[in-house]
Design a binder for this molecule. Structure first.
Ligand code: NAI
Ligand code: MG
Length: 357
């Protein structure tokens, strides 16, 4: 049996609580893992002066995949500090951010939703080229969109749309997933999000590149949607969406909003992927308001671990983990963010217990 080397980067705050929970779930599977514990974030920055120690940056390259918790970032500029997750995305060329948004068996989730937001992860305003002009009275940020990055994220979106065809069929068969009421989708659909009516060069290039790639996938339907009306329609009728592809900033905002439709940040996982490596993380941050109290919902991190399993080719283990999380929620285990009294410990123990049917 293959042993998977998995980097664990808990980071700060609740990252220190939810990453060990994900590790416990992986360790309970009939697979072999070697876990490599690595530091990153604010706490290690304060201790050593580096938010992403050299050992972390190099050791992760020897791993088959990684689970990242969250890091705490100051909103003001701190000399020498830069976000480790942004650095890792860049160093490992993790160009695609994949955020599944799926109805959950909790009262706070709306039913009938199963979409995947595919967010470009390397450019747009996140190139962080900002400058002050006019004696500090004008701030200017550069926004970079390239044909290469737009085409490869579009290709990722269309590939995912094809892959999901089979997955959705299976999920509709699982009553727990609450999709049994959904009519089958005639064919996969990719929605291209942009604001090319205003930003005709940058968003215009993104749109054009996506529509060109679409022609390579005649079996996948394509549509386009201006970002502001996209937010409106996604809230009004989320059931109609399948795969959504967007530039970095729009994708970031859309996916946090989407998480609110299906139970909130405590349940929302994400994957950062290149063509050869996947780093998964919960969408949420370090949650300083609840950190250290054992109250964090571990589901987002555990569902992220399932995304990693799928990326490693362990599809049935991934489904086993997802099913265990869904059963745990459906049976009434709800952490504080979901309005219940379950703790990180009781939720994790319940999930591990339900792994094997
Ligand atoms: P946050 O996601 O940490 O928290 C937002 C709200 O959701 C809080 O009320 C928190 O208690 C709750 N929450 C988050 N995760 C939860 C969980 N697992 N279980 C239960 N409740 C949970 O976002 P916020 O407060 O804006 O940022 C806090 C820090 O996290 C900041 O320093 C920010 O920069 C950082 N952050 C880091 C991210 C990352 O590492 N990828 C992503 C987002 C924020
Ligand atoms: Mg975000």
């Amino acid at each position: 049996m293959q042993t998977y080397r998995i980097a664990l980067i808990p980071g700060d705050g609740v990252g220190q609580e939810v990453v060990p929970a994900a590790r416990r779930v992986l360790a309970a599977l009939p697979l072999a893992f070697e876990f490599v514990e690595l530091d990153a974030g604010w706490e290690v920055f304060e201790r050593t002066g580096s938010a992403l120690p050299q050992r972390t940056a190099s050791a992760i390259r020897g791993c088959d995949g990684a689970i990242f918790g969250a890091t705490q970032s100051p909103s003001r500029k701190v000399e020498g500090y830069s976000s480790p997750i942004l650095a890792l995305r860049k160093q490992l060329d993790l160009y695609a951010n994949l955020r599944p948004v799926v109805s959950m068996p909790v009262p706070r989730s709306r039913p009938g939703i199963d979409m995947l937001i595919v967010r470009e992860n390397t450019e747009c305003l996140y190139v962080r080229q900002e400058r002050l002009e006019d004696g500090g009275n004008t701030a200017v940020a550069q926004r970079v969109i390239t044909r290469r990055a737009s085409e490869r994220i579009a290709r990722k979106a269309f590939e995912q749309a094809r892959l999901r065809g089979a997955l959705l069929q299976r999920r509709r068969g699982q009553s727990l997933m609450l999709h049994s009421s959904l009519p089958p989708r005639p064919s996969p659909l990719v929605t291209v999000v942009h604001k090319a009516n205003v930003l005709s060069l940058t968003d215009g290039l993104f749109r054009e590149a996506c529509l060109a790639v679409a022609r390579e996938y005649p079996d996948v339907q394509v549509e386009e949607q201006i970002v502001d009306s996209m937010v409106y329609r996604m809230i009004r009728e989320p059931e109609r969406y399948d795969v959504i592809v967007a530039p970095n900033l729009y994708g970031d905002i859309l996916s946090d909003a989407a998480a609110a439709l299906v139970g909130g940040l405590g349940l929302a996982p994400s994957a950062n992927a290149s063509d050869t490596f996947t780093l998964v993380e919960p969408v949420h941050g370090s949650a300083p308001d609840i950190a250290g109290r054992g109250l964090a919902n571990p589901c987002a991190a555990i569902l992220a671990a399932a995304q990693l399993l799928a990326a490693l080719g362990e599809g049935s283990a991934a489904e086993q983990v997802e099913a265990a999380v869904l059963r745990t929620l459906a049976e009434g285990f709800q952490s504080a963010d979901l309005g219940g009294a379950a703790t990180t410990e009781t939720m994790t123990a319940a999930i591990v217990e339900r792994l094997n049917g």
